[in-house]
Design a protein around this ligand. Sequence first.
Ligand code: CA
Length: 235
Amino acid sequence: MRRKVLIVEDEPDIAHLVQAHLTDIGCEADIAGNGAAAMNLFKRGGHHLVILDLMLPDTDGLTLCRNIRASGDYVAILMLTAKSTELDRVVGLEMGADDYLTKPFSVPELLARIKALFRRMEALREGVADSAGQETIEWGGLVIDVEKRSVRIDGRAVELTAREFDLLLFFARHPGRVFTRVQLLDKVWGYNHDGYEHTVNSHINRLRAKIEADPAKPRYVLTVWGVGYKFSEER
Ligand code: CA
């Protein structure tokens, strides 16, 4: 399948450099130099990935990210940011970006992130197809029976609480995607209160103690320092 990418970047040199490398790996890439042009191109549809600069002349990347997410169809979003503060990364992910890269970035790093996003989209599609057929998710030695709400690791049954199961299932359905603690509270617990982030940490510690061979070197639920957690992309 030919991948279609929308590059939203007001610096023409960077936009054309990224476009050239995307063409090299077989993608088709549109360029938008501002937010209005980006929404126009995006609404025509067919994009698999949006590479979104945070600083744009007419709008900011966060607003654009929210508008793209609000438009419905799922598209991967990679945010480019000149700012490297933790707050920006967290806000970007909370606005719905799948990943972020800090400028200046190297081309190999950018291409690695893009390929990881494409792999993740394929894995998700396969996961959806599997779980629609037999209601099980398999990942490495981990097998989740969604209907029975049971979990096996390398053939061994693992007893999880309802919340631990929900947390693991949520992660396994989004391999490779980084979630902040606030997002996990919102998606898994269904509420969003300041100050409850430690609840997420303690559940993840308990979950790791049950599913990981070595909880200090987790294989499934990984820590993304300064941001949150993600489920491994390595099967
Ligand atoms: Ca810019």
